[in-house]
Design a protein around this ligand. Structure first.
Ligand code: KIV
Length: 257
């Protein structure tokens, strides 16, 4: 198993795992030193392309963005989301995962689901492709984005799925919008790290969409904490540029040939 994957697994019960998304080189190179994992998430569909869901994200979109991200990631483990309808059966999943890895040189892939994707995960792992699981709210198939784990039956299914994913060989599991005590139970039960987004501090690590964290994407979700306001900084810079051009303060001789 890759050294970086072993490092992520060894963090369980020792230190928190830091994961952020990136869709391009510049962002990736800034966050790389602070992250353990950089995820090229299919959230890029809604964040960058204004899609109403991640269902419209294509394999080519994921590959092109990942190629850019790869140039910025030096230290972190780079994980790429397999988009909707690219892993409907083991054969399709293997061919597309191989394509993602060979074209982007990423370290691992992530896919959504529980029992339904166990055979697919086993096939990928048998072919030496490291897999990150994803349970709870599954944006590629969700009909609503309500948190999971309120009802007993639903809790049982998610807990069972976490064990199935662990047995299938995933190296970690993203828990998206999972009720706190269920996230705690899963984290205690499985030996691989859980990475939460809206799934409480009980998880072994946390992931956020970087554009949400920096205030570039105007999402209003309970699980997002905004750590800076890049929108304001871009706005201020554009306004200053406009004023300088209008008043002929830019370009000066210094900026001319
Ligand atoms: O697509 C994505 O960015 C994700 C994270 C929110 C976990 O799957």
């Amino acid at each position: 198993m890759q050294k970086k994957i072993l490092t992520i697994k060894s963090k369980k019960n020792k230190s928190k795992i830091i994961c952020l998304t990136a869709y391009s080189k510049n962002t990736a190179s800034i966050i790389d030193k602070h992250c353990d994992i950089i995820l090229v998430g299919d959230s890029l569909g809604s964040v960058l392309y204004n899609f109403s869901s991640t269902k419209k994200v294509t394999l080519d979109m994921m590959i092109e963005h990942s190629k850019s991200v790869r140039m910025g990631v030096k230290k972190s483990l780079m994980v790429v989301d397999m988009p909707h309808n690219t892993y409907r059966n083991p054969k399709e999943a293997l061919s597309n995962a191989k394509k993602i890895i060979s074209k982007t040189k990423c370290d691992a892939i992530k896919l959504e689901g529980g029992k339904k994707v166990v055979q697919i995960i086993k096939t990928l792992i048998k072919n030496k492709i490291p897999v990150m699981g994803h349970l709870g709210v599954l944006p590629q198939s969700a009909t609503n984005f309500k948190f999971k784990g309120k009802e007993t039956a639903e809790r049982k299914i998610i807990l069972r799925d976490s064990k199935l994913l662990e047995e299938a060989g995933v190296f970690s599991i993203v828990l998206e919008c999972v009720e706190s005590s269920l996230a705690k139970e899963i984290t205690k039960t499985v030996k691989v790290p859980t990475i939460g987004i809206g799934a409480s501090a009980y998880c072994d690590g946390q992931v956020l969409v970087t554009d949400d964290l920096i205030g570039l994407n105007k999402i209003k979700a309970r699980f997002v904490k905004r750590y800076s306001n890049i929108e304001k900084q871009i706005n201020d810079a554009a306004l200053k540029f406009k004023k300088d051009v209008v008043t002929s303060k830019f370009p000066t001789k210094k900026h001319s040939y």
